[in-house]
Design a protein. Structure first.
Length: 93
């Protein structure tokens, strides 16, 4: 596995962790807002932070290739080539 691909997996994993923490904050915000004796500012903070973290996590997952392109400029992932010389799916069975 090339370093570029490993980096993409790491970035996507960080994005997945961000989505998880964002959902946790979002649920905490909903539960805090449902508590009648709580502070409204705290509930808004949790809800806002949850939404931002989910959005950033999804951006990391979706943009892992672009982020890897910034980290490894000029290096493209090689296209799969058949070692026997035949193309994939070109009907030369």
């Amino acid at each position: 596995m090339e370093p570029r691909n490993v980096f993409k997996v790491i970035v996507a994993t960080i994005g997945l962790l961000g989505v998880g923490y964002g959902l946790l904050y979002f649920v905490d915000g909903i539960l805090e807002a449902a508590d009648l004796g709580s502070k409204a500012g705290l509930a808004r903070y949790y809800l806002g932070r949850g939404i931002v973290e989910v959005a950033l996590g999804l951006a990391f997952i979706r943009g892992a290739s672009a982020i890897a392109g910034l980290a490894f400029p000029g290096r493209e992932t090689p296209v799969f080539e058949d070692p026997l010389g035949g193309g994939m799916g070109d009907g030369d069975a």
